[in-house]
Design a protein around this ligand. Structure first.
Ligand SMILES: Nc1nc2c(ncn2[C@@H]2O[C@H](COP(=O)(O)OP(=O)(O)O)[C@@H](O)[C@H]2O)c(=O)[nH]1
Ligand SMILES: [Mg+2]
Length: 433
């Protein structure tokens, strides 16, 4: 039998209100045990909560009756006065009444298990709670609304139509229409491949919105990268000295630019070094330059094109640093900035915001927000391509391929293969959700 859970749903510590949430078959009994009776569902009522003769708090009590609740079970919310002592006392009373403290994500996990939401919506709940920028929240809300689940359901519907044709062919192989199957199921699979490609080729847009867009500063030693990094992140995060090779480790900082989350990295100047520590720093700098979504090539006055040039792509930003020192205007396209005086920084920030918005803003598909989704989409795509090859000559194999593809997509929303993915999905939740 399922047990009954409780958890503090609001942040721990002192506050105006603290909400403890209860879920499970024992909620009604627990409310009675606290002297709150069984309030009418969905009506906020003020109740004096007591335990063993002691008054614990005067609280607003809200009751939901299964299945019409967040978890699909009986649920209650106790809106307490937000002091530690009150929360402790009520928690202790609930423990004595036989309730169990919830683990991270357990409420939402029950909501999923009771069919209140699919896995993509459960993940959207976690993303919305974690959202720090407007774009992250927008994306999570879109996913919560079921946009992702509907897209994947559409893919699956196409697969099942193709599968029905294949199975008809297997069941009635002697019908005298040799090419019919390939003719009918072929276009369906081709359309599906195009759709899966489009969903996959969004260049990690959804993951970037969620986890941060990766921008990296690269250039020669002493180009002024660390000084610019500090100016952009508005604190003395990196050490700046006149000694070439000061920066070794990659330094990361999170920025919010134009409503998007950006992870900016400062790196070691790219040069060959006999110092094994610096050489390792340069190796890491090169790896980051390769992997980033955008490189800012920082060039000091008179810096040669140097090693960084090899990593710069046509769309990257070129930044001419130390504008306060430069005797003559730099040659070529780029942004002139001075970390020392702040000159040009706003223009550079605006250009960065434009770039991030251009790379991350809308596309036709609801974005793939997690590596978990991407892996399944890729598996589905491979299986569909295999089915396409087998369609004409080996319908049994094509049928197997299509079932594999359908299962891969169903795993995204949690309709099959559920047990092994639940831990992956719910481990990142906070307690009380
Ligand atoms: N005048 C001036 N000096 C700068 C500016 N930015 C950096 N520097 C100096 O250039 C040197 C190297 O700077 P740093 O940021 O450590 O370069 P990095 O090796 O590319 O990280 C230091 O002596 C800084 O004080 C700037 O905007 N103006
Ligand atoms: Mg540096």
């Amino acid at each position: 039998m399922t047990d009954t859970l409780f958890a503090l749903a609001t942040p721990p510590g002192r506050g105006a209100i603290a909400v403890i949430r209860l879920s499970g078959p024992g909620v009604g009994a627990a409310l009675e045990g606290l002297g709150a009776g069984r309030p009418e569902p969905r009506r906020a009522v003020l109740r004096r909560l007591r335990h063993e003769g002691e008054v614990l708090d005067e609280a607003l009590v809200l009751r939901f009756v299964a299945p019409h609740s967040y978890t699909g079970e009986d649920v209650a919310e106790l809106h307490l006065h937000g002091g530690r002592a009150v929360v402790e006392a009520v928690s202790a009373a609930l423990l004595e009444l036989g309730l169990r403290p919830a683990e991270a994500g357990e409420f939402t996990r029950r909501a999923f298990q009771n069919g209140r939401m699919d896995l993509t919506r459960a993940e959207a709940v976690a993303d919305l709670i974690d959202a720090e920028t407007a774009a992250q929240a927008r994306q999570a809300l879109g996913q919560l609304d079921g946009a992702l689940a509907r897209t994947y359901a559409g893919f699956r519907a196409g697969l099942l139509r193709a599968l029905a044709l294949v199975e008809a062919e297997i069941d009635f192989p002697d019908e005298d229409m040799p090419d019919q199957l390939a003719q009918q199921a072929g276009p369906e699979l081709d359309a599906l491949t195009v759709a899966l490609d489009a969903a996959l080729s969004d260049a990690g847009r959804g993951e970037r919105v969620r986890d941060g867009y990766r921008a990296v500063l690269i250039g020669e030693t002493n180009a002024g990268k660390s000084a610019l990094f500090n100016a952009l992140v508005e604190r003395e995060a990196a050490i700046v000295t006149a000694i070439p090779g000061t920066t070794r480790d990659v330094l990361d900082a999170e920025l919010e630019i134009g409503g998007y989350r950006v992870r900016l990295s400062d790196t070691a100047g790219l040069r060959d070094s006999d110092d094994p520590v610096e050489a390792e720093g340069v190796r890491r700098a090169r790896a980051r330059a390769e992997a980033a979504d955008l490189r800012l090539w920082v060039r000091g006055p008179g810096d040669p094109a140097g090693a960084a040039a090899a990593y710069v792509r046509p769309d990257d930003l070129v930044v001419f640093s130390k504008a306060d020192l430069a005797a003559t205007a730099p040659v070529g396209q780029g942004f002139s900035v001075s970390a020392a005086t702040g000159e040009g920084l706003e223009v550079l920030r605006a250009a960065l915001a434009d770039r991030v918005a251009r790379d991350l803003a809308g596309a036709d598909f609801p974005p793939v927000t997690r590596a978990r989704h991407r892996r399944r989409l890729e598996a589905a795509r491979i299986a569909v391509l295999a089915a396409r090859c087998h369609l004409a000559d080996a319908p049994e194999l094509a049928g197997d391929d299509l079932r594999r593809a359908a299962d891969a997509l169903a795993a995204v929303t949690g309709e099959v293969g559920v047990e092994d993915i639940l831990g992956e999905v719910f481990s990142s939740f906070c307690i009380g959700k």
